[in-house]
Design a protein around this ligand. Sequence first.
Ligand SMILES: [Zn+2]
Length: 105
Amino acid sequence: MSYASNVAHVEGGSGTFVLPAHSPYDRQMLREHVDMLANRVSALTLGLYGTQWTVTRRPPADSRCTTCAQFLGRLSCSREDEAVASCIDCAMQPRSSAGEERGTL
Ligand SMILES: [Zn+2]
């Protein structure tokens, strides 16, 4: 049981924010925070559940999430070691069936 895996580190602009990500409510708040921050900085990073995501705004309109296939919308999230993009919903999904463990940072 690691508390560290249940907090999100949002880095962009002037600093790093640490927000809880325990519950669906927490993740809703986190999502709104990321969305707001993405309007102010060109790119930000989201560290969550051991994965580091690069979040960029305004992906091409026809871009789809490689995980759930829905349109990305306003935010595009990509792992630092992969070129594919995921939507913010999938990026914030607690990892349960990912099937593989990434190397630790
Ligand atoms: Zn998705």
